[in-house]
Design a protein around this ligand. Structure first.
Ligand SMILES: Nc1ncnc2c1ncn2[C@@H]1O[C@H](COP(=O)(O)OP(=O)(O)OP(=O)(O)O)[C@@H](O)[C@H]1O
Length: 293
């Protein structure tokens, strides 16, 4: 069975009560309505993919759940309890771990120090228990199948994919119930993206509710159980895996009618003439019928 088929097969699970629930949530920055009437149910043991183009409101949504911004409308509940987080610590204390694309770890610190960052183990007289932390970090990373030969290495020397995987393993070890991943594959190549997607699936299989923010419908469809597409701050689509194909999801992301218009425009360009500049090294200019008015 191919990895794609395996992910697809694993990505079907039964619905449970939402661990994080947004009902008609809105957020305004002065006159700017970044989010309006957004409802979202995040369930444990499921990967909820939140997709959207630039400016769709994905970051704002994460910031509300992660405690960086307070919502201005609607209701946010965690485990059925109404909440408004006024700090990231409050969100973390509720079992919600957020991994940001660039800020996941401290680049100059070693792998094991990063694993325990903010949760350091101490022994007598408040001394750091380095030996114990190294041992646990090694065991936990190995358990996840993450192979980092030297845990003394600064995290900044690792690949972006390895850094994301360490951040995911750390969240699982420290007992997160919900894992929010902010575009974890955006800066990665195909192979590294695959590795990170594998750990996203592991986090789900460990029982976490995963919120996977992405621009990429292909990555989302490989692992997702539930898909929410945001457009201009509103939910444009909220559906489950059984009810949508990759093609439909991709089309939805591109925006059905916008895609139609683009395809029309491209047909026009194809029908145009290619004009080479005098210097053969210069850019190729395509004269399209759309330009010649
Ligand atoms: N602090 C802020 N003050 C004013 N407007 C903001 C602020 N943060 C976001 N916005 C606006 O809210 C809207 C949604 O932005 P947001 O960053 O949440 O979108 P996004 O989907 O994360 O986009 P991207 O993929 O580009 O990061 C945008 O119009 C943006 O300009």
């Amino acid at each position: 069975m191919s990895t794609t088929e395996k992910f697809a097969e694993e990505a079907s699970s039964s619905p449970t009560t939402p661990v994080v629930h947004l009902e008609e949530v809105g957020k305004s920055y002065g006159n700017v309505h970044a989010l309006r009437g957004v409802s979202l149910a995040v369930r444990q043991g499921e990967i909820t993919c939140v997709l959207g183009d630039n400016g769709a409101g994905k970051s704002t949504l994460i910031k509300i759940i992660a405690g960086l911004h307070e919502h201005t409308d609607g209701v946010l509940s965690v485990n059925g309890e109404r909440r408004t987080f006024s700090s990231p610590r409050e969100s973390l204390d509720s079992g919600i771990a957020t991994v940001y694309q660039d800020l996941a770890l401290a680049p100059l610190m070693s792998v094991w120090r990063n694993f325990f960052l903010g949760n350091e183990l101490t022994k007598a007289f408040g001394m750091l228990d380095a030996a114990k932390m190294k041992k646990i970090a090694h065991e936990e990373l190995t358990k996840m199948g993450i192979s980092i030969p030297n845990l003394e290495q600064p995290v900044g020397m690792l690949s972006g994919g390895q850094r994301q995987c360490i951040a995911i393993a750390r969240a699982i070890y420290f007992g997160a119930k919900v894992l929010i991943l902010d575009e974890p594959t955006a800066a990665l190549g195909v192979k590294q993206s695959g590795v990170v997607l594998k750990y996203i699936v592991k986090a789900r299989d460990a029982g976490l509710g995963v919120v996977f923010i992405t621009h990429n419908p292909h990555h989302a469809y490989l692992v997702g159980n539930h898909f929410v597409v945001l457009k201009l701050g509103r939910v444009a689509l909220d559906t489950h895996r059984a009810d949508i194909t990759l093609e439909q999801l991709t089309n939805e992301m591109a925006g059905g009618s916008e895609l139609e218009a683009l395809s029309h425009e491209l047909r026009g360009i194809e029908a145009g003439t290619v004009v080479r500049p005098a210097s053969s090294e210069g850019p190729v200019r395509i004269e399209s019928p759309l330009e010649s008015t």
